[in-house]
Design a protein around this ligand. Structure first.
Ligand SMILES: [Zn+2]
Length: 279
């Protein structure tokens, strides 16, 4: 079996397992109870969601969220969270602010065309500011955003972040190439937007596997204020500013999103249960 096929199967299995656990927790009322207790104790969360594609083309890979589901996700966030920019979250984190409300930011990776055609209208309707991390080589391709799309979205409350030029695994590159990829993508975007690009997302994004301390140092050197990984988790006082966690979104029914953003999977109770299940 090919490595790629094995990874796909692992993702599928994790998807089904995650959906099953989420539905159990949600429909048993545990999530609701957990949220009630969490909010009563003023334990607010800051979460950054990561999307890739929004489209109703069923042939696309499973990082694609249908427009119907995306619409439900966004209206749920707009009603239940203070939906802010990535910059607001990072500034709040730097200032060490205790979150006054549950806070969420929406991000997209890669810069697919459907971010403009399908996601942008839904974001506008729900008044949700979002950030798109664009791989510079994708700009102007059939499947990628055009320069005009980027400029129009930018005027409509969408921020842009860098995501390298050719979307490589940074940990597999030498320092010089990694610098070229990271700094080059910042320069391309800044040239289009005529404004500073302050945030970066690592391609594939698992710390230790897809990017390493060298990548982090380069991101700092290039002048980014912070950088995002794809490791799961919330933004807390323990987060590392150049490897911020996000919650990866797929074509989930709303109850899975509600379970994922409740914080229950990051709670000490859940960690203890998982440890127990391994024994
Ligand atoms: Zn990517």
């Amino acid at each position: 079996m090919s490595k790629r096929r094995l990874i796909e199967m692992k993702y599928k299995a994790a998807w089904y397992a995650g959906t099953a656990v989420s539905s159990l927790l949600y429909f048993s009322g545990i999530i609701g109870l957990y949220n009630l207790l969490r909010l009563r104790r003023q334990r607010h969360i800051a979460v950054v969601l990561m999307y890739h594609r929004v489209s109703d083309d069923g042939k696309l890979p499973d990082i694609t969220v249908s427009t119907g589901k995306f619409e439900r996700h966004m209206s749920y966030l707009a009603e239940n969270f203070d939906v802010v920019t990535v910059d607001d979250i990072v500034q709040g984190y730097i200032k060490g602010s205790k979150w006054e409300r549950d806070i969420a930011a929406v991000t997209f990776d890669d810069g697919f065309k459907d971010n403009y055609t399908d996601a942008f209208p839904i974001l506008k309707k729900n008044k949700i500011p979002a950030t798109v991390f664009v791989a510079a080589d994708y700009i102007g391709k059939d499947f990628g955003l055009s320069t005009d799309d980027i400029m129009e979205m930018h005027q409509g409350d969408i921020a842009f972040g860098a995501h390298t030029i050719s979307h490589p695994v940074l940990s597999g590159l030498g320092r010089k190439e990694a610098f070229f990829e990271i700094n080059g993508s910042k320069a391309v975007l800044e040239d289009i937007l005529k404004s500073r690009v302050s945030y970066f997302a690592y391609p594939y994004g698992k710390r230790g596997r897809d990017f390493n301390d060298d990548s982090i140092n380069i991101a700092m050197e290039c002048g980014f204020k912070a950088a995002f990984a794809t490791d799961n988790g919330f933004i807390t006082s323990k987060s590392s500013l150049y490897a911020l966690n996000r919650i990866g979104m797929r074509d989930f029914p709303l109850f899975v999103l509600r379970a994922r953003v409740s914080g229950i999977f990051e709670s000490s109770l859940f960690y203890a249960l998982r440890r127990l299940a391994r024994i």
